[in-house]
Design a protein around this ligand. Structure first.
Ligand code: RFL
Length: 391
C-alpha cells in the first residue's frame, strides 16, 4: 500500500490533520490501534478555545458543534467558602465553548467515512522504517502484518504512541514534571446546576464541575496518585463531590447515574524535537498538559494547523522551509500553554505536606485572577488561548 501521508492515530490531532490535508488535495491514510467503537466512546476534553471552534468551522465539521456547543461568557472559581466569577469574553468576542472531545472525534470520523477516505481501526502501528527519507509504516491488523509506504508520516498517536520513539534523541530533548496527584474524571447523567458549576479549591482537594449537555455533567476530583477507583462507590463519589463543591456554599449537587470513570495522572511533558526527516509529531505525541488548564485538545489543533501547511509546502511545492520551522513555531504556543496549565494546577490542588501558609498563598493567586484588573486579563487571555503562530 502507498499513500502521501500516513497518519498514526485517530484522536483529534490525526483526524483533523486528515481533514485539512483533504481540503488541500493531499491523500492520507489514518491508522488507529483501537476499535471504532472504543474511539467514538472515549470521553476526555471538552473546553474549546475560540480558535478550535473556528478551525472546525473552517474545515466544515462544526455543524453539530454550532447546534449543541455551550458557549460561556464567564468562569466560576470557588475557594475559601466563596464563589467568584471571572468574565471570559474578550473585546473581539472570543470565548470558551463546551463540547465533548468524543463528539468532535465522532464528527470527524463520520465525515471521513462519508467522504470514503481511508481510516483503518484496529491497526496497531509497530514501527516506522526507512526514516529519515522514505518512511514505511508497519502495522498489524487482525493478526496480519501490513506495510504502508508514505511520502510523509504524521505521528498523532498520543503520549504513549510509537512515533516519538522514532525521533533520535527525543528523550534528550524532553522535559517532564509529574504532579503528586491524579484526577478522577466522571461523566454523569445529571443536570449541571449553574450554582455548582466551576473550578473549586477545597481543603479536601480540587473539584471541577462542568456541563456536557442539558442533562450531562462532567466532574473531576483530585485523588492520590495511585488511586484505585474500585475503592469508591457512586454514593461515596457524590458525597465527596458535595463536600468539596456544594455543601459549604449552601448548594446541592444534582445526582444521577455515573456512566464513565477514568483516572489520569497529572503531568506536564514537552518533547522539543518534533521532526525527523519525513516524520513529524503533533498533539499529545509531543506534549502533555495537566488537564486543569483544559488545553490539550486546543494545543493539538494549533500543531495540526501548522503541520498541515508544512506538509503542503513539502509535498506540493517541494519546499521544506516550513517544515524546518514547524517545531520552533509550535513551541511558541506550547510552552506558554503548558506553563499556564501547570500554574492552574499549582493554584487549585492540595499538595502533600501543604501548610496553611501554602493555602493562603494559593488564595492570593486566585484573588489576583479574580479581583485585580491585570490578573483578570492574565486569567482570561490564558484561558481563551494564544493566537496561532504564522509562518
Ligand atoms: P489522543 O487523543 O491521545 O489520540 C492518539 C490516538 O493514537 C492512537 N494510537 C495508535 N494508533 C495506532 N498505532 C499505535 N501504535 C498507536 N498508539 C496510539 C490512540 O489509540 C489514540 O486514538 O491524542 P491527540 O489526537 O493528540 O489529542 C490530544 C487530546 O486527546 C488531549 O490533549 C486532551 O484530551 C487533553 N484533555 C483536555 N484537553 C482540552 O483541550 N480541554 C480539556 O478540557 C481537556 N480535558 C484532557 C481532559 C485529557 C484527559 N485525559 C484522560 C488524559 C481531561 C482528561 C481527563
Amino acid at each position: 500500500m502507498k499513500t502521501q501521508v500516513g497518519i498514526i492515530g485517530a484522536g483529534p490531532a490525526g483526524l483533523l490533520l486528515g481533514r485539512i490535508l483533504q481540503s488541500q488535495g493531499i491523500d492520507a491514510v489514518v491508522l488507529e490501534r483501537r476499535s471504532r467503537d472504543y474511539v467514538l466512546k472515549r470521553i476526555r476534553a471538552g473546553v474549546l478555545e475560540q480558535g478550535t471552534v473556528d478551525t472546525l468551522r473552517e474545515y466544515g465539521v462544526a455543524e453539530r458543534l454550532d447546534r449543541e456547543g455551550l458557549p460561556h461568557t464567564d468562569m466560576k472559581l470557588f475557594w475559601g467558602g466563596r464563589r467568584h466569577s471571572i468574565p471570559m469574553i474578550d473585546e473581539n468576542g472570543r470565548r470558551l465553548t463546551t463540547y465533548g472531545q468524543n463528539k468532535i472525534v465522532e464528527d470527524l470520523v463520520l465525515q471521513r467515512e462519508a467522504d470514503g477516505l481511508p481510516l483503518v481501526f484496529d491497526a496497531e502501528v509497530e514501527a516506522i522504517e526507512g526514516l529519515p527519507d522514505k518512511p514505511v509504516i508497519h502495522y498489524t491488523r487482525n493478526g496480519e502484518k501490513h506495510a504502508l509506504q508514505c511520502d510523509f508520516v504524521a505521528g498523532c498517536d498520543g503520549f504513549l504512541g510509537v512515533s516519538r520513539k522514532h525521533i533520535p534523541d527525543a528523550d534528550a530533548h524532553s522535559y517532564e514534571k509529574v504532579f503528586p496527584f491524579s484526577w478522577f474524571g466522571l461523566l454523569a447523567e445529571a443536570k449541571t446546576s449553574t450554582e455548582t458549576r466551576g473550578f473549586c479549591h477545597s481543603e479536601r482537594g480540587l473539584a471541577v464541575s462542568s456541563s456536557r449537555g442539558p442533562d450531562v455533567s462532567r466532574l473531576y476530583l483530585q485523588v492520590p496518585p495511585d488511586f484505585d477507583m474500585a475503592t469508591m462507590t457512586d454514593d461515596q463519589i457524590w458525597d465527596e463531590l458535595s463536600l468539596r463543591l456544594a455543601n459549604q456554599y449552601g448548594k446541592t449537587l444534582n445526582r444521577g447515574p455515573i456512566v464513565d470513570k477514568a483516572v489520569v495522572r497529572l503531568r506536564g511533558f514537552i518533547c522539543e524535537k518534533m521532526v525527523h526527516g519525513r516524520l513529524a509529531l503533533a498533539g499529545d505525541a509531543c506534549h502533555t498538559v495537566p488537564p486543569s488548564g483544559a488545553k490539550g485538545l486546543n494545543l493539538a489543533v494549533g500543531d495540526v494547523r501548522l503541520l498541515a501547511e508544512a506538509i503542503h509546502a513539502l509535498l506540493v511545492e517541494n519546499d521544506d522551509r516550513k517544515l524546518g520551522r514547524y517545531t520552533e513555531l509550535a513551541l511558541q504556543r506550547i510552552w506558554p500553554t503548558v506553563h499556564w496549565s501547570c500554574t492552574m494546577s499549582e493554584a487549585f490542588h492540595i499538595f502533600p505536606g501543604q501548610t496553611e501558609f501554602d493555602t493562603r498563598r494559593q488564595y492570593e493567586v486566585l484573588n489576583f485572577w479574580a479581583y485585580d484588573a491585570v490578573g483578570q486579563q492574565v486569567f482570561r487571555n490564558s484561558m481563551l488561548g494564544r493566537p496561532y503562530p504564522q509562518y
